[in-house]
Write a protein that binds this ligand. Structure first.
Ligand code: KG4
Ligand code: ZN
Length: 336
């Protein structure tokens, strides 16, 4: 059997990324050009700047991915690319690039759903992981509790009704003066704080056991800060960070374990930027161990946006026969 080499491209938000992935799970290169420093100035991702930066960087990032993998386009079997969800202008850069390469080199084109990419990141370092498994996808744009029934077959059990988990981290970090990106800064501050110091509410949705809501926790942090200011009580960043982080993580673990109990599936994975949070990882690991459930998580570089995960997802889509034409378009609100 001939090796299948996927050239994968990811540009849905603020990372310009390209990777070469062999036979689905062997990452030959994983190049990420982050724009975080650029957007920090504005306290968040500025879509127009993201698109322009992607255009500047993409050819260079792809060349570096090929060079690092020690291959040329002649060795590539197919091109995989994220076509949604994400920022439309940002997505378009990757999609146009992938279509150009596919057309020029007569290579099959495989469009990938960004969340399928995040979930597939778990395959890279866990060579034995096969569906079915449960996966909690927690990123800046998404909070989905998903049943990965088979390769390419997903059932969404629960999702956020308002803010994504990562978005809540980012907003709270801004409110307490930690800056952007909030997730890693909250995690770091929380290590010095007391998670029992302030009791923030764990938002519950009454009509669903799996759905999430994080806007309430975020608002109560803002109220707490305003109240401190009014009463001239000192604002202890570390305690707020630790208490907020606990309120979010407790709910994520609670819903995840409900899904484990209801479905009887004995494999649980986490994915997305927030999955790089050590406190979430350790809490989830302990909860899984207690129930005899195998726990999987990607290493931090494969949790946040990258193209290796898109290459892995594209490989399984390629095997299943997924092919896109040159009419492939960016779909900002693409459904899983
Ligand atoms: O997956 P990702 O890179 O991009 C999206 O698809 O959204 O996720 C980025 C999100 C940001 O909201 C960031 O604050 C959060 O992941 N994040 C974290 C941590 N590292 C990144 N949240 C909590 N703890 C972390 N260590
Ligand atoms: Zn992402």
């Amino acid at each position: 059997e001939k090796d299948v080499l996927i050239l994968a491209i990811e540009s849905s938000c603020d990372e310009t990324a390209a990777a070469v992935v062999k036979n689905g799970r062997e990452v030959l290169s994983n190049i990420i050009s982050s724009q975080i420093a650029l957007h920090t100035l504005y306290g968040g991702v500025v879509p127009e700047i993201a698109s322009r930066k992607h255009i500047e960087k993409i050819n260079q990032v792809i060349q570096e991915a090929l060079d690092t993998a020690k291959v040329t386009l002649d060795d590539i079997t197919a091109v995989g690319v994220t076509y949604g969800p994400g920022l439309v202008g940002a997505l378009l850069v990757g999609v146009a690039e992938a279509k150009a390469i596919s057309y020029a080199r007569k290579l099959p084109l495989v469009g990938v759903h960004h969340i399928e990419g995040h979930i597939s990141a778990n395959y890279i370092e866990n060579k034995d992981l096969e569906p079915p498994f449960l996966c909690l996808v927690v990123s800046g744009g998404h909070t989905h509790l998903v049943k990965a029934a088979d390769y390419g077959v997903y059932e969404i059990l629960g999702r956020t009704r308002d803010d994504a988990a990562g978005e809540a981290f980012d907003k709270v970090a801004r409110a307490i003066g930690l800056g952007y990106p909030g997730g890693p800064k909250i995690e770091k501050a929380a290590r010095e704080g007391n998670a029992e110091a302030i009791s923030f509410p764990k938002a519950k949705i009454s009509d669903s056991i799996y759905d999430f809501s994080f806007s309430g926790v975020k608002s109560s942090v803002l109220n707490y800060i305003n109240n401190c200011k009014m009463k001239e009580i000192p604002i202890v960043q570390a305690d707020i960070a630790a208490s907020f982080q606990k309120a979010v993580i407790d709910v994520l673990i609670e819903h995840a374990m409900k899904a484990v109990e209801e479905t009887g599936i004995k494999k649980f994975a986490i994915a997305g930027g927030v999955a790089s949070n050590g406190t979430l990882r350790e809490g989830m690991r302990a909860a899984c161990e207690k129930r005899g459930v195998a726990f999987y998580h990607p290493s931090p570089v494969l949790c946040t946006d990258n193209a290796a995960m898109i290459g892995t997802a594209a490989y399984y889509e390629y095997l299943a026969g997924t092919r896109h034409g040159l009419d492939l378009n960016a779909v900002p609100n693409l459904k899983l």
